[in-house]
Design a protein around this ligand. Structure first.
Ligand code: HEM
Length: 402
């Protein structure tokens, strides 16, 4: 447990003399908090929806949908510069994530077309082949650890293919492990490792192809070429944004299948990605929270926020706000319109959402074509990892081959 959080009782938010103590020590890197997240956020939302946490150098925690949407929609009062994790331990700015307009627009113009549905369609056969090969490896065994055997290698391989034009299983695994360390530990060492790894890997030369890597390595914004640091920053954020997130989303959906008899059949119907995927994304909100910095003294939810202070915009909390989503902790495919913020909103809305949806669709088409009756191997719910990406720590399941 982090030193910023009070001992034990702080995560049992319903007990003790001061339930809000847990909110004042709220730390996304704390494992006990990760297990009790719904309960802790509920206490915060009811008692102090814009709360100040003393953890990790101090920051404001937002737990109401309306406040989250207000902050994400106002990039003048709430800047993205200076790092999106709290505390910020990165060495480089990572545009577009860490940039504000007008630079932000220029970076998105550089990247957007590669991540449109049309731009990604060419990768579907390769993603399917990767998914099928992974499922084939474990299908006969009747059991698998979904993060390590399926969701992790799949998302690592897809990103290496789409972003680095790279096909080396060992390098893909190394990339995955380095990103995971940042998400779970956020230590300077973890940042240094990923930065060095990618710096070495890309070597800096455009190769005359019309793809993401060349767009970044040969790219310019506002009439000047990107610096080496800027190129590296963009590549890092593509990996950080794309690995743990999609791995987590796939794993969380497998966990729903394991705990909910009959759900598998629903996902075998052809249209579930259109009708149900957004409810999974809302409920699971794999990216829990990212930072903004206050640019001028301002009022939010009755609190005075000072220029320079950090805010943790908690997407998961917003997506579980009962004012916006009745019975928010229930997976409910009949919600109708689902304005969730799992991919963020506003100018920083996820660049890779189409890639995530494509991978998730293909992953389940291949998995469910080959196995059925997925259940937790030991019959108990998995523990959730602490950190920015909320996903099972590990997910052992059993199944039958179809
Ligand atoms: C289920 C999977 C995913 C989830 C839940 C997710 C979530 C998010 C969220 C919440 C943001 C907004 C950040 C903000 O408000 O500042 C974001 C931005 C971003 N995501 Fe994703 N993401 C996913 C998959 C991906 C993938 C596959 C990529 C690969 C390219 C990616 C790349 C990015 C990038 C580059 C940004 C920054 C966009 C900007 O600042 O303009 N994400 N993502």
């Amino acid at each position: 447990m982090s030193s910023a959080v009070q001992p034990e009782s702080t995560v049992r938010a319903d007990q003790g003399p001061d339930p809000l103590a847990v909110v004042r020590g709220f730390d996304i890197y704390d494992s006990d908090t990760a297990q009790a997240l719904d309960e802790v956020l509920d206490v915060a939302r009811r008692g102090c929806p814009v709360a100040h946490s003393e953890a990790n150098g101090g920051y404001w925690l937002l737990t109401r949908y309306a406040d989250v949407v207000e902050v994400l929609g106002d990039d003048e009062r709430f800047s993205s510069r200076g790092g999106k994790s709290i505390p910020s331990r990165q060495f480089l700015e990572m545009p577009p994530l860490d940039s504000d307009p007008p630079e932000h627009r220029a970076y998105r113009r550089l990247l957007n077309r590669f991540f449109s549905k049309g731009g990604l369609a060419q990768y579907e056969p390769a993603i399917r082949e990767l998914a099928r090969a992974l499922v084939d490896r474990f299908a006969d065994a009747g059991r698998a650890e979904i993060l390590g055997d399926f969701a992790g290698p799949l998302t690592g391989a897809v990103l290496c293919r789409v972003i680095l034009d790279l096909d080396d299983q060992e390098l893909m695994t190394q990339a995955q492990l380095r990103v995971q360390r940042i998400s779970e530990e956020n230590t300077p060492e973890a940042w240094m490792e990923l930065t060095g790894f990618l710096r070495e890997l890309v070597g800096g030369r455009p190769r005359g192809r019309d793809d993401v890597l060349d767009a970044v390595l040969g790219g310019s914004i506002e009439g000047r070429p990107l610096t080496e640091e800027e190129k590296l920053g963009v590549l890092i954020v593509l990996f950080l944004g794309g690995l743990d997130t999609t791995r987590g989303a796939i794993s969380c959906i497998v966990a729903h299948l394991a705990r909910t008899p009959g759900l598998e059949d629903r996902l075998r119907s052809s249209d579930w990605v259109r009708t149900d995927l957004d409810e999974f994304l809302r409920h699971d909100s794999v990216v829990t929270g990212l930072a903004r910095t206050v640019t001028r003294d301002t009022e939010l939810g009755g609190e005075l926020l000072r220029a320079g202070e950090k805010i943790l915009v908690h997407y998961y909390a917003a997506n579980h706000d009962p004012e916006q989503f009745p019975e928010p902790d229930r997976l409910d495919f009949d919600r109708g319109r689902n304005p969730h913020v799992a991919f963020g909103v506003g100018i920083h809305r996820c660049l890779g959402s189409n890639l995530a949806r494509l991978q998730i669709r293909v992953a389940f088409e291949e998995l469910l074509a080959t196995v059925r009756d997925i259940r937790f191997a030991d019959g108990v719910e998995p523990r959730f990892a602490a950190g920015v990406a909320r996903q099972p720590e590990r997910l052992d399941v059993t199944f039958e081959r179809v």
